[in-house]
Design a protein around this ligand. Structure first.
Ligand SMILES: [Zn+2]
Ligand SMILES: [Zn+2]
Length: 443
């Protein structure tokens, strides 16, 4: 009797195996429409903190796909509301999976020459006019999320649980994920059991993906330095303390942090990306401002680099004979810093299995960790409370990629004016890969 009841109960649950064909049947009819959506987004990029129209488009598409959508999520430290959005599709009891797409673009003037290139101009926070471009491919991510939403809505017999699709603002300024948590995202909508994201890349051909297990991306720490001097006439250095010379010494001193102070087995980067001082060739200015970024994988390496920068700054001040009240100022910007991205090994293994089944083993690669950073890890909470995985989505034209690789080169990369994903194959693979991973995790 028991046996009969059990088999009757089992028979009432349609067990449809997840197959590459069943996902592809839901992806293929969408591809041409998604390409148009992508081109529209690409032509209308919006800077971090300003993703208003991108978020509205994404929200509308997710509602159309049957999701319950909440908009204007996220609170920045200055009290302004962000353009985050969360779309929820409940499908019975089971795990809650967060799937993230970031939405913001960069202050770069596009030079790809494609028909749908951006000619958008905007003002940066300093009030300067800048070109705006989806040079990190977040338009690919948004479009992919729309496709994934539809696949999940159309394949509810193959998964169970809750799909939480997140449109994240302000990844490039790495304050978007923090803003969402500050707005009590998880208290209001539930804490996910797992979180996943993808990012496009110029280091792989479209049609392929890659994945790191464990530490995947470095922590980023932003530091401002002001080297103060005593200005004067350029012809009379003897009555000045020249902060430009001090800045030069400081920058050279920084080069010994990674080479002489860090453990060679614990990678780190110290980069000065921005330096400003002076107004005219014959004036010695009062100060020079520098913007630095540190990349590290361990707290120890981060501390050594931070301390090294402080010591080097102090050292050039002392060597120049600066009075105590005019010593260099070093400021660590916590709001512009982010922890490393750690791919939970057990979850990464499940994702890799799903990606391999969907795309074929020849299209799924293991990836080394990189020194770039992401704020997606913030959504996993401290000490990796929520297992997270980010995987790389190849975005380059396969033929051009092969020619470049044969010559030992890469095609133009993320954050450059010529970064050019090939839309069709990238979107097809992105939707297929993320949908297949999501279905595998929602079991
Ligand atoms: Zn990005
Ligand atoms: Zn980026």
């Amino acid at each position: 009797m028991k046996k009969i009841l059990l088999s009757a109960a089992l028979a009432s649950i349609p067990v449809v195996p997840v197959t590459a064909q069943s996902v592809s049947g839901l992806v293929e009819p969408q591809v041409q429409g998604l390409i148009q959506t992508y081109k529209g987004l690409h032509a209308h990029p919006e800077l971090s903190h300003h993703e208003e129209h991108t978020a509205a488009l994404l929200a509308a598409e997710l509602r159309k796909a049957g999701y319950t959508v909440t908009e204007r999520l996220g609170k920045y430290p200055d009290g302004t509301q962000a353009y985050g959005l969360l779309a929820i599709l409940q499908n019975g009891p089971g795990p809650k999976l967060l799937i993230r797409a970031d939405m913001d673009a960069l202050p770069i003037s596009e030079e790809t020459g494609v028909a749908y290139a951006s000619s958008v101009k905007s003002k940066n926070p300093a009030g300067q006019e800048v070109g705006v471009m989806h040079a990190c491919g977040h338009d690919i991510h948004v479009t992919t999320l729309i496709g994934v939403a539809r696949v999940l809505a159309g394949s509810k017999s193959q998964w169970h649980g809750t799909a939480m699709l997140l449109g994240q603002p302000s990844e490039e300024t790495i304050d978007g994920a923090k803003a969402l948590l500050a707005d009590h995202l998880y208290e209001r909508f539930g804490k996910p059991d797992l979180a996943i994201a993808l990012h496009d890349t110029n280091s792989r051909a479209a049609g392929t993906v890659s994945l790191t297990s464990g530490a995947a991306m470095a922590a980023s720490t932003s530091i401002d330095v002001v080297i103060r001097g005593i200005g004067g006439h350029g012809s009379q250095p003897q009555v000045t303390k020249d902060p430009i010379v001090m800045a030069g010494e400081f920058i050279m001193q920084l080069q010994t942090i990674v080479s002489r102070q860090e453990n060679p087995r614990d990678p780190a980067v110290v980069t000065v990306g921005d330096i400003h001082g002076g107004t005219k060739r014959n004036i010695i200015p009062n100060e020079v401002k520098l913007e630095l970024t540190i990349r590290t994988f361990t707290e120890q390496a981060r501390q050594i680099a931070t301390d090294g920068i402080k010591h080097a700054a102090q050292g050039v001040g002392v060597a120049a004979g600066m009075p105590e009240e005019l010593m260099p100022i070093v400021t660590v910007l916590d709001a512009e810093s982010t922890p490393g991205m750690y791919n939970d090994p057990a979850m990464a293994a499940r994702v890799k299995t799903a990606l391999t089944a969907a795309l074929g083993a020849q299209n799924v690669f293991d990836e080394d960790p990189i020194m770039a950073s992401e704020d997606f890890g913030v959504l996993g909470l401290e000490h990796h409370q929520i297992p997270t995985v980010i995987f790389w989505l190849g975005a380059m034209d396969p033929e051009k990629f092969a020619v470049a690789t044969a010559a030992g080169k890469l095609l133009p990369g993320l954050h450059t004016s010529r970064f050019q994903p090939v839309a069709e194959a990238t979107l097809r693979t992105g939707v297929t890969a993320m949908s297949s991973a999501a279905i595998a995790l929602l079991q």
